[in-house]
Design a protein around this ligand. Structure first.
Ligand code: GDP
Ligand code: MN
Length: 383
């Protein structure tokens, strides 16, 4: 789950990281009032779940309160990478001397949190990584000890030659690691971490991604969720207790079990197709889950064919068959469906499906090939 910049900054502040003050506005008038209260030049910043807002025109300086109102009226409603701006952060402008990057991610290869720092800040770290990887310093953190003081100090000196600034940066690195560890984050980022004209350090941007599996332990973070920023299908799936991730392909996949779901996606790709989603309807059995799953997948305009791949263990395949029949009699499908099922109550399931005009397959390869062919062939015949 992504947090907004203003939410991340609130958390940063609580951990002692120097963050300039800021307030959120959802109308130009509110932005004007906030700017008037601060006095002087402010920065008006689009609050959307994506980076690169600066380049997209979503971050603007305003010298007066009237200008802040004007700028906010242009940024509010703006579409940045498919996301509509509903809120702006208004924050006193800072005179920037230098911009650095500081972030912590979970690195799958080393299976550790890795602190990354670069004096080349302000721009996307992906860009630095691609063009000048030597400018990024990486520090894997041993989970047994956490981040050790000498490590953060060494990292800080890689960024700043000035001892006073390096000392301040070392404290920020430790505080940021505190933010990361205490909130179940998979990513935290300050970009840019600036030195001001007065020589002070400040976090001018904040990004946090929370590991979804940590949210049960952090209801206070779950409360920060902004559904308007998330794919509608993912919101609906979460509310229906389905594990769903939207992807860019056109083969909708309804599968029971995460492992089988991944194998199914691999096979779809193997046969030249692209999955439209990851979906695990879970182990337990209920026709309602299938109804919910079909509703979500059928709503995706990219989907050209739907593939069921059900291995009946605890999941009863007749429950799935009943779910398919119930869902499609309420809302007939406009794309072909391929149903592969095998296992518990298979004969009953096949009979139910047959009675309602659906053919069932038992071979996974054949089913996937068929679904890919239907999706790429652009056929509209219901199988
Ligand atoms: P992003 O483009 O989505 O990463 O948004 P940022 O918050 O990082 O803002 C983009 C850029 O705007 C920063 O790299 C800064 O150069 C600039 N910026 C942001 N806040 C301020 C500020 O307070 N003062 C000045 N002068 N520039 C700022
Ligand atoms: Mn940034």
């Amino acid at each position: 789950m992504n947090l907004h910049e203003y939410q991340a900054k609130d958390i940063f502040r609580r951990f002692g990281i120097p963050v300039p003050p800021g307030e959120v506005a959802s109308t130009p008038e509110e932005a004007e009032q906030i700017a008037r209260r601060y006095g002087g030049t402010v920065v008006v910043k689009a609050q959307v779940h994506t980076g690169g807002r600066g380049k997209a025109g979503g971050v603007k300086l305003a010298k007066t309160a009237a200008e802040a109102r004007d700028v906010a009226s242009r940024i509010l409603g703006m579409n940045i990478k498919g996301l509509v701006v509903a809120k702006v952060l208004v924050t006193p402008a800072v005179d920037i001397a230098t911009e650095a990057y500081l972030g912590i991610i979970i690195d799958r290869e080393s299976k550790r949190a890795v602190v990354m720092a670069s004096a080349a800040g302000g721009i996307d770290i992906e860009e630095v990584a691609a063009t000048a990887p030597e400018k990024i310093v990486k520090l894997p953190v041993d989970p047994r000890y956490g981040l050790l003081p000498f490590e953060s100090t060494r990292l800080a000196f890689a960024l700043y030659g000035d001892p006073r600034q390096a000392k301040a940066a070392a404290a920020i690195v430790r505080q940021l690691y505190g933010v990361f560890a205490a909130n179940g984050a998979s990513l935290v980022e300050i970009n840019p971490l600036v030195v001001t004209a007065g020589g002070e350090l400040a976090a001018l941007d904040g990004k946090m991604v929370i590991d979804d599996n940590e949210l049960d332990r952090h209801p206070e973070l779950e409360a920060l969720r902004d559904k308007s920023e998330e794919a509608a299908s993912e919101v609906a799936a979460r509310e229906a207790n389905l594990t769903f991730i939207k992807l860019d392909g056109n083969v909708g996949c309804v599968v029971n079990g995460a492992g089988l779901a991944m194998a199914t996606m691999d096979l779809v790709k193997y046969y030249g197709g692209q999955p439209a989603n990851f979906l695990d309807i879970g182990g337990s059995s209920s026709p309602q889950k299938v109804i919910n799953a079909l509703r979500i997948i059928a709503a995706d305009p990219n989907v050209r064919a739907i593939l069921f791949n059900i291995f009946g263990g605890i999941t009863r395949t007749d429950d799935v068959a009943n779910g398919i029949v119930a869902a499609t009699s309420q809302n007939p499908l406009t794309v072909p469906v391929v149903i592969r099922l095998t296992g518990t109550n298979e004969e009953i399931a096949v009979a139910i499906l047959k009675e309602h005009g659906y053919a069932a397959m038992t071979d996974m390869d054949e089913a996937v090939k068929r679904a890919v062919a239907l999706a790429t062939g652009g056929g509209s015949k219901v199988a």
